[in-house]
Design a protein around this ligand. Structure first.
Ligand code: SF4
Length: 91
């Protein structure tokens, strides 16, 4: 199943552990909030499909688990992009 990931900017405190764990996926912007780096060179805090990120699933999950405020949200989606279930943070 494919996944998508986003950063909740209202929760992010700029602790940057996500950047340390998965530097190919996460970066801090000029507001000190985490953004996701896409293969096309752009960044966003909004949902990005894993296929648009130059990193592997394990790195992205480990980075999400490293966030002290659970600001990184991972959602499983189906082939059409419909949300199946939230995989991180666990309910
Ligand atoms: S680890 Fe969490 S709080 Fe720290 S920059 Fe990343 S998303 Fe923000």
């Amino acid at each position: 199943m494919p996944y998508k990931v986003k950063v909740d900017r209202t929760l992010c405190i700029g602790a940057a552990s996500c950047v340390a764990v998965a530097p190919n996926t996460f970066d801090l912007d000029n507001e000190g909030k985490a953004v996701i780096k896409k293969k096309d060179g752009t960044t966003t805090s909004d949902f990005v499909r894993y296929e648009d990120i130059a990193d592997d699933e394990t790195n992205i999950m480990n980075a999400s688990k490293s966030c002290p405020v659970n600001a990184i949200i991972i959602i499983e989606v189906d082939e059409k992009g419909n949300e199946v279930k939230q995989v991180w943070p666990e309910a």
